[in-house]
Design a protein. Sequence first.
Length: 224
Amino acid sequence: MNSRDVALVSTATFIGALASAFAYHLFSSSPKKQSSRIDSSGNCVVSGNRSSQDPYDSSKRKGYLSWDDYFMAIAFLSAERSKDPNRQVGACLVSQNGIILGIGYNGFPRGCSDDKLPWAKKSKSGDPLETKYPYVCHAEVNAILNTNHASAAGQKLYVTMFPCNECAKIIIQSGVSEVIYFVEKRLTSDTAYVASHKLLSMAGVKVRKHQPQMDQILLKFKEP
């Protein structure tokens, strides 16, 4: 290789390194959209990072969570505590002025070992006592009961899945005024959810589907 070729290679290498450094600076310094990915079964996928801001910029951070996304995200995070291998459901009870009163997830009652009771959806012998259904306490009920004696009357309940008719009865009796849900079963396939809609409507409980403003919620266990 002659001196001219060496010079060309050196110049190309230098320009390539400069372009790489510029691209790295550009993408690493660009703020990334904060978001929460939730799959069709109602499970939340949590991951993420944080972007920094100019220390001399006095404006507030952009891309922060809306109240609705915040409370629904807490419901999804609570669902991650569920031991149910088939479906994890979470709930978050919130006062009208935005104070979290209680959270819950689906599981067995206190004092009942989740290693000694069945988690199966079906029994090979056809015995319903060999399934989870006679034993599980639903997320909505747990959120209402975990309020440290605060009243649920007039409050809002965020749930990852639309409540069944049994939960709807407790929601109504406790005085909850609004239910915000993320997913629901097909109403035509399950009378428990058809009845739930009917009961909540008759009792005047407001029901609405959560409309997320972000695609993902990015979290990392690290020092801020």
